[in-house]
Write a protein of this length. Structure first.
Length: 186
């Protein structure tokens, strides 16, 4: 039975989030593939980490796009901006393990292509935040990058609460948005 690279990446994310020092042998065992199979797809641990980081960023970018962040303009009605914010929060919270992975791998910070991708991911969110500020939904005296960072932090905290059994998944988005809105509202 052939295991798809996407499946290996998903399992690798789980293994490496639980144990950032996990070896390729640990990942191969969890994925149910031989070390040779894993090495054929990802010759080194760094290659696996880099592939996983890019896959994680792909998922975050797709979530933002699907939520409608890219489609928002200065003319987007406030109610639609609110709906987009809810959708992006809904989409980001389940990505918590991927965000956790990225944060736990300090060696990835040295990769310029990843730093560029993170900036590319943040740019549409920052533009979206500017539109929410123009619509009076968020404080204009806060920098968009700060508001985006706050949203990331709250979605990550929601995921941590879910993982720890402190927060029901259905309560994650409302709690995140309540905290977010009251913290950045004018």
């Amino acid at each position: 039975m052939s295991v798809q690279p996407e499946t290996i990446l998903e399992i690798a994310a789980e293994v490496l989030t639980a144990n950032p020092a996990a070896s390729l042998a640990d990942v191969a065992a969890a994925a149910g593939v031989s070390r040779t199979t894993l090495h054929n797809r990802f010759p080194t641990r760094e290659a696996l980490l880099l592939a996983l980081a890019h896959d994680s960023l792909d998922r975050c970018a797709a979530a933002a796009t699907e939520a409608g962040v890219d489609a928002a303009t200065a003319d987007t009605p406030a109610a639609e901006l609110e709906a987009i914010l809810t959708r992006v929060t809904d989409a980001f919270i389940p990505l918590g393990p991927r965000i956790d992975f990225l944060l736990q791998q300090p060696t990835l910070n040295a990769d310029q292509s990843l730093r560029d991708r993170i900036e590319q991911l943040d740019a549409p969110l920052e533009r979206f935040i500017v539109h929410t500020q123009q619509a009076g939904l968020m404080a204009r005296d806060l920098a968009p990058w700060w508001i985006v960072s706050t949203l990331y932090s709250l979605t990550y905290s929601a995921w941590e609460g879910i993982a720890a059994g402190k927060l029901a998944p259905r309560d994650a988005t409302p709690l995140t948005l309540r905290t977010f809105r009251r913290g950045v509202s004018p």
